[in-house]
Structure formats: C-alpha cells, structure tokens
Write a protein that binds this ligand. Structure first.
Ligand SMILES: NC(=O)c1ccc[n+]([C@@H]2O[C@H](COP(=O)([O-])OP(=O)(O)OC[C@H]3O[C@@H](n4cnc5c(N)ncnc54)[C@H](OP(=O)(O)O)[C@@H]3O)[C@@H](O)[C@H]2O)c1
Length: 272
C-alpha cells in the first residue's frame, strides 16, 4: 500500500471543478490540507492552490495515485482516456476512483483499468463552486458501500449528493447538470418583466434571484410538494393566481419538460 493512508485524497485536474472540490474538502476538514494531493499540467494552478489552501501539489498523476486512497478525476472528457492509461498501473482495489467527467461511462473507465478497481461516476453541477452543488453519483461494478460513503462525503462538502443507477445519469444531466442555465434564464426573464414595468435592472435581478433561492430553500427545508407550497401562496382571485394563469397559458410547464428531455437526449448522444 506504500505511502497511501486512509485519509488521503488526490485530485487530477486543478481547473474550476478540481478547485471547487479541493476548497470544499479542506473547509469540511475531510483530510488535513497537506494530505490533499493535486496534479495538473499547469504549474501556476498548482502554485495558486498550494498558497490558498495549503494542499500538496504533485507534477505526476501516477505519483498522486500511489499516495492517495481516493482519486478524483477532474480533467475534461477528451483527456480522460490518456490519463486513465497513465494511472491504470498504479490503481488497486484499495483505491476509490471518482470521475466527474461528463458523458464518460463507468464501462469506458473500467475497461481501461485492472479488474477490481472501484469506480464512482458523478454528475455534478456548477453551483459546487459556491458550495451549493447538486450531484448524483453511480457506482461501478467493483464499488462497495465504503466507496459510496467516500464519494458522498466528498460531494456533500460542495453541496448535496444522491446515489442513482447509472442509466439515470443522463436525465440528471438534463435536470440538474444543465439546470443552473434554466434558472439563469428564468431569473433574467422575470427581471426583464419587472424592468419593462419600470424597476431598475440590478434591483430586479437581485429580487428575482433571491426569490428562486428562497423558494428552493422552502422546498428543501420542508420537503413539501411544490404544488402545496404554490397553493399556499395563491389567494383566490389574487395577484399570484393571475400571474400563474399567464404562465400556464404560455405553456411554461411543457417548455421545461421539453428542456429536460432535449438536454437528456443530447447527453445520451454525447456519451455514445
Ligand atoms: N464545470 C462544470 O460545471 C462541470 C459540470 C459537470 C461536470 N464537469 C466535468 O468536470 C470536469 C472538469 O471540468 P472543469 O470545468 O473543471 O475543467 P477545467 O477547468 O478545464 O480543468 C481541468 C484541468 O485539468 C488540466 N489537465 C489537462 N490535462 C491534464 C493531465 N493530463 N493531467 C492533469 N491535469 C490535466 C487542465 O489543464 P489545461 O487547461 O491546460 O487543459 C485544467 O487545468 C470535466 O470532465 C467536466 O465534464 C464540469
């Protein structure tokens, strides 16, 4: 097992997501900062992370694997195959390999590794960058409860995490992976509506964003069905009922259902 101890994590790829995960892991105290290893082809990113977080940069991916119990693959999808070929000889059944690369399947990863290496495939989203991510993960054929626990612990350091079967990950991509963009569009559209009526732009955007944030928090803290919460704020003959009717008339429900469907289809095409 060499230098590898229970409490070591390695991240390959110190880009936007790699940095978000490193920050969450250090803040949550999952490992001592020095026991979090990061590798990247860009030295300046490694230097920045060492200064900001106190993590240990390594220039060599294979060396990172040899000292880390959990290895997070956070490089862009086209780089996954060459990196797997590079690190495969160092991976063992004692590791947990967590891949966040969009569209890269468990089978694609597992066939490039020695048999027995536990793999977890994750679909995160960009709010991980502010600690409010929504991630779903699926377990590979050799992954056990302990691997799921490690993955969950890391993903919960940057938001919430749920386990799903792999065949649901494309739908998750269409829902929460692409979802922040749908929410940005809704916030922009709501604020456009208010600007049209005379509200200053910055104010309108802040009020719209806080309203979505607040509504989401109501659902997550109460676990109430959204329809119940909607009914509770819809006075008969009132303002909200009038606004909701306009949304129904425009077919907004079907439009969102189509958005999730189209994004899911695209995710399926891309992961072929
Ligand atoms: N960003 C998101 O919202 C999001 C959401 C879901 C999933 N993901 C997945 O997360 C992964 C990372 O995304 P990202 O946005 O963080 O990408 P990114 O910012 O480009 O970060 C990847 C980092 O890995 C480096 N790298 C390239 N080749 C390498 C190698 N052989 N060894 C080590 N490091 C290497 C890159 O350097 P160069 O820049 O020089 O190539 C870059 O610094 C992707 O697979 C993506 O599909 C991202």
């Amino acid at each position: 097992m060499g230098l590898m101890s229970e409490k070591t994590i390695g991240i390959i790829g110190a880009g936007a997501m790699g940095e978000a995960l490193a920050t969450g892991i250090v803040r949550a105290g999952l490992v001592r900062p020095a026991d979090l290893y990061i590798s990247d082809v860009r030295q300046e990113r490694l230097d920045g992370l060492r200064t900001r977080l106190g993590v240990t940069p390594l220039a060599d991916n294979k060396q990172l694997v040899s000292v880390s119990r959990v290895v997070i693959l956070a490089v862009k999808p086209p780089v996954v195959a060459p990196v797997l070929d590079e690190i495969a000889p160092a991976l063992t059944s004692a590791h947990t390999l967590i891949s966040i690369a969009a569209g890269i399947t468990l089978a694609f990863i597992e066939e490039r590794l020695p048999p027995g290496v536990p793999v977890v495939r994750v679909m995160p989203n960009t709010p991980c960058l502010v600690g409010a991510g929504a991630s779903a993960f699926a377990l590979g054929r050799y992954a056990q409860t302990e691997d799921a626990r490690r993955a969950r612990e890391i993903l919960e350091a940057v938001g919430m995490a749920v386990e799903v079967p792999e065949e649901h990950l494309d739908i998750v991509t269409g829902l929460s992976g692409s979802g922040p963009a749908y929410a940005y569009l809704v916030i922009e559209a709501l604020s456009d509506g208010a600007v049209r009526l005379g509200l200053p732009r910055q104010l309108a955007i802040r009020l719209a964003a806080q309203t979505l944030y607040g509504a989401a928090k109501m659902i997550l803290s109460s676990e109430e069905h959204p329809a119940r919460l909607k009914d509770a704020v819809t006075t008969p003959g009132g303002t909200t009922a009038a606004g909701l009717f306009a949304l129904e008339e425009a077919g907004v429900r079907a439009a969102f259902a189509r958005a999730v469907e189209q994004a899911t289809r695209r995710a399926m095409e891309l992961s072929k």
